[in-house]
Design a protein around this ligand. Structure first.
Ligand code: GLN
Length: 446
């Protein structure tokens, strides 16, 4: 814990990954654990961890990087945080992100600009950009992120670390500030594959507070780490190396596929024909759910309220106009429109149908294969400022991660090499609740 805070002191003036630090409480917790001693088989006690700032922490500011929640101090822990604390982990602080997790570069934060750990002129990715940069810069060994359309895997890819998104329903969303409730998942950002499995094992399980969590028998997600991948059937979708994917990135992924073959896996090309509809369907579904979820920020119940408001309408309108950033407002408008009586059939319903087709594409491939691989992102990290004024280009950056959330699948990104000094992410996607296969393949590749 001491080293972690020393690293943060040395690096964070440049990287700007943290929004809040929890040094006094972390130090006290660490001392208590030192005094009590740690059981031999407890891998997590005393290990510092950083938490994305849309996951609520008792007594520690939780802003979702929004002016709307700038001074919000929760009075309870998210289930995920509680589970890490119960395992003895030490909460070091809260990390920067795109406001309400909407974005792919952390530039939509109302608080600060986080830098890519490899090149401070480039974005760290998003929305879990702070969680990724903090790990990649060596400030902390593990962090929690959230992934609605790629927000763990894409920043992991951009920062050359391991990002893991579990199956929908594996980890409780209680205390995760909701964005797209049918898509949101809490997962990990770590340097190593095994570290991720240790933390994920502590996070998983059904929770009475989240009825979408799935009860399952006790399981070690890392059980197959170290096992050979000989005979593993791996699919590489043609669409994932198609138009819009940088040739240099595609070449790295082909080299990674070769490496998996050398390790005894078979790799074959397959098709996920509805991939091209994933981004438009996602932006309708995610924004619709967000427009509903964000209704609670009304100037009365939480955080920010506009000054000098004299009527109820003023409280709502001025609070929301001043409290939300422009990307959040864009999504609320898009979502409200898609759900409105006159347009529901043409937009939300259509998107929900496309979602089913995308899910079926995956199911079909998984009839014959254990794992799907591809690039995590079409390009490596881009320059700060390059895409921020062009939302559509920014949205397209998520084309390879979004289908996974629409289908609720587990997936991860691991570093697969570099292009011009910037890390390239290799994505692994598995059947629902087959996290163990991802860990097996990723560890063999590491
Ligand atoms: N970049 C995507 C978006 O802006 C995904 C975000 C996320 O996964 N939270 O919606």
């Amino acid at each position: 814990t001491k080293d972690t805070f020393a690293q943060i002191a040395a690096k964070d003036a440049d990287v700007a990954a943290f929004l809040a630090l929890n040094e006094d409480e972390a130090t006290a917790t660490a001392k208590k654990i030192d005094a009590a001693g740690v059981a031999e088989d407890n891998k997590l006690a005393g290990i510092p961890v950083a938490i994305k700032d849309n996951i609520v922490t008792d007594g520690l500011t939780t802003t979702a990087a929004s002016k709307m929640l700038a001074n919000f101090v929760p009075i309870y822990d998210a289930t995920a945080v509680k589970k890490l604390k119960d395992a003895g982990m030490v909460i070091v602080g809260k990390t920067n992100m795109d406001e309400f997790a909407m974005g792919s570069s952390t530039e939509n934060s109302a608080m600060k600009t986080t830098k890519n750990a490899w090149d401070y002129t480039k974005v760290p990715g998003g929305s879990s950009g702070g969680s990724a940069a903090a790990v990649a810069a060596g400030e902390v060994v593990a962090s929690l992120g959230s992934d609605t359309g790629g927000s763990i895997r894409q920043p992991a890819a951009f920062n050359g670390i391991f990002g893991f998104k579990p199956s929908y329903g594996r980890v409780s969303r209680w205390g995760l500030i909701a964005f797209g409730s049918s898509l949101d998942a809490i997962g990990t950002l770590t340097r190593s594959v095994r570290d991720s499995a240790y933390v994920m094992n502590a996070l998983i399980g059904a929770d009475d507070h989240d009825t979408t969590t799935v009860p399952r028998p006790a399981e070690d997600l890392g059980a197959k780490i170290g096992q050979s991948i000989k005979g593993l059937k791996v699919a590489l979708p043609a669409e994932y190396l198609g138009e819009g994917v940088d040739k240099a990135v595609a070449d790295q992924i082909k080299a990674a596929a070769k490496k998996l073959e050398e390790l005894g896996a078979t790799v074959e090309t397959v098709s996920l024909p509805h991939t091209k509809y994933a981004v438009p369907a996602y932006y309708i579904i995610a924004s619709s759910e967000a427009s509903s979820n964000l209704q609670r920020f009304d100037g009365i119940r939480y955080g920010f309220r506009a000054k000098d408001v004299h009527s109820l309408e003023d409280v709502y309108v001025r609070t929301r106009s001043e409290g939300f950033g422009s990307e959040v407002k864009r999504r609320i408008m898009l979502g409200t429109f898609s759900l409105s009586a006159g347009f529901y059939d043409a937009y939300f319903k259509k998107a929900a149908q496309v979602r089913t087709l995308i899910t079926r594409d995956f199911e079909k491939v998984f009839e014959d294969y254990d794992l799907i691989i591809g690039p995590t992102t079409p390009t490596t990290a881009f320059k700060i400022g390059d895409k921020v004024t062009d939302p559509l280009t920014m949205y397209m950056n998520d084309i390879l991660t979004i289908p996974v959330n629409l289908a609720g699948l587990p997936a991860a990104s691991i570093n697969a090499g570099f292009v011009d000094g910037m890390p390239v992410g290799l994505q692994f996607i598995a059947k629902p609740f087959n996290e163990a296969t991802i860990y097996q393949a990723a560890a063999a590749f590491e």
